[in-house]
Design a binder for this molecule. Sequence first.
Ligand SMILES: *[C@@H]1O[C@H](CO)[C@@H](O)[C@H](O)[C@H]1NC(C)=O
Ligand SMILES: *[C@@H]1O[C@H](CO)[C@@H](O)[C@H](O)[C@H]1NC(C)=O
Ligand SMILES: *[C@@H]1O[C@H](CO)[C@@H](O)[C@H](O)[C@H]1NC(C)=O
Length: 362
Amino acid sequence: MLWITEFSGFFSAALAVILLSPSLQSFSPAAAIRSSHLDAYFRPSPSASDHSVRNFSYRESPILRNADECRFSGGDPGVCNPSYVHVAITLDFVYLRGSIAAVNSVLQHSACPESIFFHFLVSETSLESVIRSTFPRLNFKIYYFAPERVQSLISSSVRQALEQPLNYARNYLGELLEPCVDRIIYLDSDIVVIDDILNLWKTGLGPSTIGAPEYCHANFTSYFNGAFWFDERFNETFKGRKPCYFNTGVMVMDLKKWRRFGYTETIEKWMEIQKAERIYELGSLPAYLLVFAGHVAPISHRWNQHGLGGDKVKGSCRDMHEGPVSLLHWSGSGKPWSRIDAKHPCPLDSLWEPYDLYKRSH
Ligand SMILES: *[C@@H]1O[C@H](CO)[C@@H](O)[C@H](O)[C@H]1NC(C)=O
Ligand SMILES: *[C@@H]1O[C@H](CO)[C@@H](O)[C@H](O)[C@H]1NC(C)=O
Ligand SMILES: *[C@@H]1O[C@H](CO)[C@@H](O)[C@H](O)[C@H]1NC(C)=O
């Protein structure tokens, strides 16, 4: 664990340097929020001929072991062992490098890395071998998410790239995962965790089914259009609630309640309405707002320092929000690995780089 301690030390130093740097432009939370949910829209489609995407090769991550104080009951290595912390993340060719860095970051900062079980949602089964060779001792399972499951529910939009079925896989965790898994942390692929994930896992959800950082200053009206707000079939949806925006890239989900209340179907119903009536312009997020806004267990903002991807404007770099940081999220269209490869990194991209396991081919 000494190595981890040193590593964290390096990290705090790096953070301090960046936080003190006056050259970083600040930005309004609303702008960050707006850019973060557009994320899904700007995913490029993977192209089979693109070697930089398909020709992956990753360094093996160092093997980390549980500290003495971990109360992991080693007995049953299966997914149903009640000592596991469960984490779900998607894997696809386009974001693979990000997903691998995210997993690496979770392990590096965990005092009990052997007590974490990863659930990978894929639409390409060939990705399993990459995970196995990069993380030889990882507890994980691969779940195939058939794109056809949602394809017919995804409303068409101006840009085809906005309609990646895997973006919707988080809605199916309740049915994909084993029934014994009754809590899951869902993480996007463009994040790194710089704190012990156990602290997020232990968050109480109270009566709520999901927990996430909430952003109540965001203009909630703007997430839906006139077809929603001026239609009496829809415009009382939030009556009696205090809806706030939240980002679905970091969520703690009570799958027991999720399954019991059938939220997968509720979200699918809204997707059908969206397909017929076009009540919002965004991708997978608004259906979550319709079902959960106002009923979310608020989690500390330190667990989603979002918006670091910036917007489409080339070279637009974002600063962090005030306050402590446990998770950095490059939501927005810019991704740290692309900017690093293009030799135009943003200052905060240096916080992502230590977790990158990508090995360039020579
Ligand atoms: C990987 O890269 C090598 C060398 O650049 C190339 O010959 C090979 O076709 C690539 N493989 C794939 C699957 O793109
Ligand atoms: C919130 O957004 C709506 C729709 O985009 C807009 O009409 C309204 O003026 C905004 N309200 C505030 C307080 O900015
Ligand atoms: C809902 O829409 C109807 C029809 O446009 C309108 O008369 C009503 O004022 C709206 N209600 C709210 C709460 O906005």
